[in-house]
Design a protein. Structure first.
Length: 119
């Protein structure tokens, strides 16, 4: 099963996403969680997740800054940005920094479907 690192500054959101991903039929396993971009980079270097699912707006480093570093450090890891602010994101910028998929926060079922397209 593909492993996922969840990155969001909201503990509640991380818990909901983890619970949903750990259901038997999701096809994913959660290997870790991070509260900000810098922590995500440190954990990703150790855990080597297949996917990093992260928010755009976080303390310390935002999603774009984090994706830029992750792409250099772990070039094969798929990066998914999920945010309430998807309307503010430019797909050209996302591609330039190495983000594989942008998804709005909302439906967890749609999130799983999006993640499956990358595995």
């Amino acid at each position: 099963m593909p492993s996922v690192l969840i990155v969001d500054d909201s503990a509640e959101l991380r818990d909901v996403v983890r619970t949903f991903l750990e259901r038997e039929n999701s096809g994913f396993t959660v290997c870790g969680e991070a509260t900000n971009g810098l922590d995500a980079i440190k954990q990703a270097e150790v855990l080597k997740p297949d996917l990093v699912l992260m928010d755009l707006r976080m303390p310390v480093m935002n999603g774009f800054e984090t994706a830029t570093v992750l792409r250099r450090v772990l070039p094969k890891t798929r990066i998914v940005l999920f945010s309430n602010y998807t309307h503010e994101l430019g797909s050209t910028l996302a591609l330039a920094v190495g983000i594989d998929l942008i998804m709005p926060k909302g439906s967890l079922t749609e999130m799983i479907a999006g993640l499956r397209t990358l595995t």
